[in-house]
Design a binder for this molecule. Sequence first.
Ligand SMILES: [Zn+2]
Length: 413
Amino acid sequence: MDTNPLFTAALGLIPPWCVVRTDFRPEQRLLEMQVDFKPGSRFACPDCGSKDCGVHDTVEKRWRHMDFFQHQAYIIARVPRVQCPGCGVRLIAVPWARPGSGFTLLMEGLILEMSRSMPIRNIAQLVRVSDNRVWRVIQHYVDDAVSRIDCSKVTVVGVDETSAKKRHDYISCFFDMTHKRLVFATEGREHQVVAAFARFLGEHGGDASAVTEVSCDMSPAFIKGVRDFLPEAEVTFDKFHVSKILGDAVERVRRSEWRTDKTVKGGRYALLKNPANLTPFQREQLKDITARNAALAEVYRRKETFRDLYRQPDIVAAKGFLKGWIATAMNSTLKPLIKAAKSINHRAKGILRWYTTHMTNAVLEGLNSLLQAAKRKARGYRLHRTFITMAYLIAGKLELRAPSPFACLTATH
Ligand SMILES: [Zn+2]
């Protein structure tokens, strides 16, 4: 039986292409399908589209296709280089693969489909190719989808940093808070990342001056970046980051007390955690530390009363509360507490802005933990580029234009 027409139909080939030979080697778990065009065929020029160009010569190429049961399948074809009257000799594009890709479109579609729910490393193991080759496929489709991101409705933005390869190596993520999706991610966390974001908005149908609200941490870099490059934006300081300043003050006091009072050594979590989340043991520990150590009791009390800032009936009451809180903290003799109070005083406007916007970076913190989990699970995050690609896959709500028959995938995790 001549199986060539069967494989031709199964691969969806149309004239002038057809399967001319199959080579099945069960001992190597390999199926090779030789595809060829009918002699005398003429093709369009890939550059100018000029039809009916004659074949100049051919180049043999090979593409990995989806497995045929447990056998690795390959398509092998001599690809014509046409002689175009206008452009000269050009390699044509075959209908089953993207130029430059070593996978068939169907295989790429499958890889993309899997990337929605599987770590890259597992996909690579499953299709038995290197992580890098899988990354290259995904990157192509993610880049394509990112180039089509529409920023015309981006007005409310959350920005946060996440550590990429190791500590002190950062990616900044800009989130469209209205549509709850990552729109831009870039290397670094200096004020220039905001300039890069403003440029990206402009290149994607948006406008930096249309951004009216930004939620971020109290890092001077983001503050300067927003002031310089998002001129119409009001800043809301993320309340978890604000509270973190007081957590840091408690920790500094604990460390200096530790020199004279060794019993505070284990109390770190008892002092930092929300009291509602303490274990019975930590509750005892906390009671003990604050009963014995006056300095820690003071800074702890200030940290805890600060929570009430977010429980005021309105911004006027909140303003009054904050003023009182700052005055009390400034009266302390504890340097870390005074320092924290000064920086809170300095940033009071953006802290109180929460009463107008109720914005927090909780959704970005969620993305951050997904990213860090993905980073632990997979290799291949050595490059910032792959890390950013993963961030887009996880939180970009991208419209991936996968090759048929996986016509259009919306990446959601
Ligand atoms: Zn041409």
